[in-house]
Design a protein around this ligand. Structure first.
Ligand SMILES: N[C@@H](CCC(=O)N[C@@H](CS)C(=O)NCC(=O)O)C(=O)O
Length: 203
């Protein structure tokens, strides 16, 4: 069985697990943190990043986008929640990039505030990252439809990842992305959390 090394409170690890569930691809999640289980992780992926996937032939895949691309090969393009072409595909890619950026920036912000000695923290960089997160979520908020409450009316990777990312941002920095300010995203995320696929990857 495919092994996923990572944690569910990471948006990248959680995305891999949720997408595997939605694609009906069985995976075995081995909960290890890139920061707390370094020795263990080094044995599997010496670049020390999660999520890391180990396939049955021992091939190692890193980076959630590459892992999901591999899953697409298993499930087939017609069932993969990614529009095959045209404006919808372009818009999906654009949204996924924005969501990815917001998750990366929150990760960087968290590392800056958690690991750097307080006297070495550079406030302008912290403010820059907070601003980037808020801008990205602001752009995303505008793209949630007032009609169906998601980016796209039917299953789509941007809907899935956007819901994961808002929960992640709100868990870590609730003042930065409050539900009052990002109302549509917060409702989209809350609805997604009620679905079996998200519940199966709860934490
Ligand atoms: N682009 C990567 C980002 C993954 C990522 O940022 N993972 C974090 C944990 S949530 C990590 O491995 N951090 C350790 C490090 O970068 O040294 C992906 O999509 O999988």
């Amino acid at each position: 069985m495919i092994e996923v090394f990572g944690v569910l409170d990471s948006p990248f690890g959680r995305r891999v697990c949720i997408v595997a569930g939605l694609y009906n691809i069985p995976v075995n999640l081995i909960k290890i943190s890139a920061y707390q289980n370094v020795d263990l992780l080094a044995e599997i992926n010496s670049t020390l990043t999660t999520p890391t996937v180990r396939l049955s032939d021992n091939t190692i895949l890193i980076d959630s986008a590459a892992i999901i691309d591999y899953f697409v090969e298993i499930v087939g393009r017609e069932k993969c929640f990614m529009p095959p072409h045209g404006v919808e595909r372009r818009d999906t890619l654009q949204l996924i990039d924005l969501i990815n950026l917001s998750c990366e920036k929150i990760g960087q912000l968290w590392r800056e505030l958690s690991y750097r000695p307080p006297e070495r923290i550079h406030p302008p960089i912290v403010e820059r990252m907070k601003g980037q997160v808020r801008v990205a979520f602001g752009l995303l908020e505008q793209r949630v439809s007032s009609v169906h409450g998601q980016f796209f009316p039917t299953s789509n990777h941007a809907n899935i990842f956007g819901a994961i990312a808002y929960r992640f941002a709100n868990d870590y920095y609730p003042d930065l992305v409050s539900p009052q300010e990002f109302r549509r995203l917060s409702i989209m995320s809350a609805r997604a959390e009620e679905t079996p696929a998200f519940k199966a990857a709860s934490f």
